[in-house]
Design a protein around this ligand. Sequence first.
Ligand code: WTA
Length: 643
Amino acid sequence: MYLAFMSYPYQITSYSRYREEYARSEQDPEAFWEDIASHFIWRRKWDRVLDWNFHEPHVKWFLGGRLNITENCLDRHLREKGDTPAIIWEPNNPEEFSRELTYRELFDQVNRFCHVLVRNGVKKGDRVCIYMGMTPELAIAVLACARAGAIHSVIFGGFSAQSIADRIQDAGAEYVITSDGAYRGGKDIPLKQVMDDALGGCPGVKRVIVAMRTRTPVSMMKGRDVWWEDEVAAVDAIAPGNFEAVEMDSEDPLFILYTSGSTGKPKGVVHTHGGYMVYTHYTFINVFQYQPGEIHYCTADIGWITGHSYVLYGPLSAGATTLMFEGIPTWPDAGRFWQIIERHRVHILYTAPTAIRSLMSFGTGPFEGRDLSSLRVLGTVGEPINEEAWHWYHQHAGGGRCPVVDTWWQTETGGVMISNLAGVTPQKPAYATLPLPGVHPLLVDESGKEITGNGVSGNLCIRHPWPSMIRTTYGDHERCRQNYFSTYPLLYFTGDGALRDGEGYYRITGRVDDVLNVSGHRIGTAEVENAINMHTGVVESAVVGYPHDIKGQGIYAFVLFSGHHGSDEELTRRDILQTVARVIGPIAKPDKIQFVTGLPKTRSGKIMRRILRKIAEGEREQFGDTTTLLDPGVVGEIASGKI
Ligand code: WTA
């Protein structure tokens, strides 16, 4: 049953091979993916590779196939790689010891925690909300849910109680896994306390499992809250042995991950066992050109899709060693990443442009005395990378010798869609370059007409399904259709704009919808507006993005406020920030708040964001056509207003 692999036969190792594979994936996508899928352990082989239409949408891969993704991430490596580290964990504080879990140890821990889940009532298909810091227990919790057939929904530690409650309710989660607290830089985040606030609004939650990390005092409600460590000890006392992975259908949901769109509340993107496994594995091997024995360090938090796909599932399915870091790049100083790379002899570093720009602002001092010669590949994800940051990363982190992969993808795509393959296909600063095999991008104009040829730009769409594409938005399939499949009929619309240069390389220029990308975090303008409008005295608000040196985009809020500022406008600003932090979380706090006496609206009442964006960017005079505005005078007033 266990297939061992020393290398990956589907790893593309030359540009001509990439061309061939790409052509093959275009001619016969089903045969192409069937081939890749045959390298995994399936309990039952699929009857049909693909069934789809983009009307509903309806997308199913490997129909009738039965498997559990964790058998491919854990069991199959035991024989050859039982003693190889699966996870290297680096704590927030460099003085604390790091931990290593071999594949066998990770397998054991996941098995024990599966017993804990079942003992606490978790069944196949149940939703489990996970809210933890970046510790090995988080990885264990995620994998144990998958192994027990439960659907995990991980929530990033920066979200507020209100956001957690919304997600728990939307997913109908009856189980929660959290920890007392989390260390992040100089802070100790009281996760359980935040969770307690959330749970006040979630009577449906039956059980909360709390892991110890910071040993901050926490309240533990009898009958609902249990300690992780006690539960594991109770399981060990019975010594139930390994936990047989629950057999899943290829299309059974593996997880829900909430992400922001241009309207309303965040939506729960659903991924499934079969397709997600095949695609994250394939892209991991090819984009980073992973070689057995190497250490892969993806700095993303597991609360985001990058953490799901390239800290956990992609690397583990490949039998790789994945490095998980609890802290932040700038604590205790801006040399933390380089210290980790030197300490663990890291080969692949995958991080976000915002982290790179933030480190750039500290100069090159933090590199001094660091031996980064183990590095072989660098990667970026999450937002467009400017050329200056690209070159800095390439030269200072990579010593000018490591290829940089600029990987474009989304929560909805599950894995990397457009990227160079490290050292194999050409790289071009600030360009994601070429699509992965099996990915068929196209550019369209506003009316949905395809823009062909090179040296053009437009809205980025995808033509054919790929195995890890979004299946639905949890509990509301219509929303999935409307969001992604209705703007341009029969195409998946990404929400991004892109250009294709003379050689056919793609450069992603950013969102064309009302979604902001702040430090690589997706935030809907409507969400921030709703939060601001909840503040007492606020009549109305409009939120736009503006260029920000480090965050990529900053949040600029225009607020119509009817309340009294009391003695000080600045205090009102701070109160509004506090409201936003409460409603969404600290990550959504506006960088700038400008109080206005009116917003530029059309006669039909629509806010003209185009004008506000210009003002936020610093434009004071040229606003284009304002004749359709109800009160064009308001524009000059806002433009001359102060913040
Ligand atoms: C943006 C993150 C330019 C894009 C994996 C996309 C990028 C959104 C890149 C998805 C890149 C991601 N170059 N822009 N290499 N990668 N983006 O869902 O706007 O958190 O739509 O997924 O990030 O963000 P998400």
